[in-house]
Design a binder for this molecule. Structure first.
Ligand SMILES: NC(=O)CCCC(N)=O
Length: 267
């Protein structure tokens, strides 16, 4: 199946304009799974709580999720993308997985980074794996984590132990390390990973962040199948077989997960 990341540079708070730009980038793209960045249509570095309130939305009724569902309905694709979620008086840095039939599930970012802690509540849904189908109806298991979650081995490991074949990783990376780490996250968990990052700069009025681009797709052997440059719009695509993730036997005597020793992993 074909998996893809969308790398681009969203305009702060300009949801309608950003969705139009993503639509244009996806013109003619054929893929079974498309991953969009963290907070892909809203922007990231909120200048105030009021700015967040202006773009946060309920899931699935809000405009970003509805746009994703409509796009998937037209193309038969599964999409994962990040958005600011409003749930009553609480705000989460969330991601939704959607398909032709609508919302598949949501994830609320567990490990909040930097000034996210000023605006969002920590995720309260845990790490989740969804069973989804490619366009031929082949089922596979899709896990979701967001950006800074990569720094904590427990995130990808929890998804892999729950059976994820593929981890979608919407991101807004600003530190340089993640592209070096994701091949190892994929290798140590024997999964495919798709990191969709933005590029460009964004200021909160006091400070400016530069996003590093370098979106990438990794396979269970820790190989990088596709990587974007630090700058520039790119839809990166790779052909994968998700079920290859399930064969974790690396020698006749060693299965990566059967060999685990939780009895020894005590603090
Ligand atoms: N938006 C984020 O979670 C950034 C995490 C730190 C990094 N790896 O850039």
């Amino acid at each position: 199946m074909q998996v893809a990341y969308v790398q681009y540079n969203p305009a702060y708070l300009q949801i309608t304009q950003n969705l139009k730009q993503v639509e244009a980038l996806l013109e003619g793209i054929e893929a079974d799974l498309i991953v969009l960045p963290e907070l892909f249509a809203s922007g990231y570095f909120f200048r105030s709580h009021e700015d967040l309130v202006a773009v946060a939305e309920p899931i699935p009724e809000g405009p970003t999720t509805q746009w994703m569902i409509e796009w998937c309905r037209k193309t038969g694709t599964v999409m994962v993308g990040g958005l600011p979620e409003r749930d009553g008086d609480r705000f989460y840095n969330s991601a939704v997985a959607v398909g032709p039939e609508g919302l598949i599930g949501r994830y609320r970012k567990v490990h909040l980074f930097y000034e996210e802690k000023l605006h969002f509540s920590p995720g309260n849904l845990g790490f989740q794996v969804f069973e989804v189908a490619d366009r031929n109806g082949q089922l596979y298991r899709l896990g979701v984590m967001i950006c800074f979650d990569w720094y904590f081995p427990e995130a990808a490991r929890t998804l892999a132990l729950q059976g994820a074949d593929v981890i979608a990783h919407p991101s807004n990376l600003v530190r340089p390390d993640c592209p070096r780490a994701m091949p190892i996250r994929a290798l140590e968990n024997h999964v495919f990973t798709i990191t969709a990052n933005r590029y460009g700069v964004e200021s909160n009025g006091r400070e400016t962040l530069r996003f590093i681009g370098r979106s990438l797709i990794c396979d269970p052997a820790g190989r990088v199948l596709q990587e974007a440059p630090p700058e520039g719009d790119q839809v990166g695509i790779a052909e994968i077989t998700p079920r290859e993730a399930r064969n974790r036997r690396i020698t006749p005597h060693n299965d990566l997960f059967e060999d685990r020793r939780p009895d020894c992993y005590r603090l």
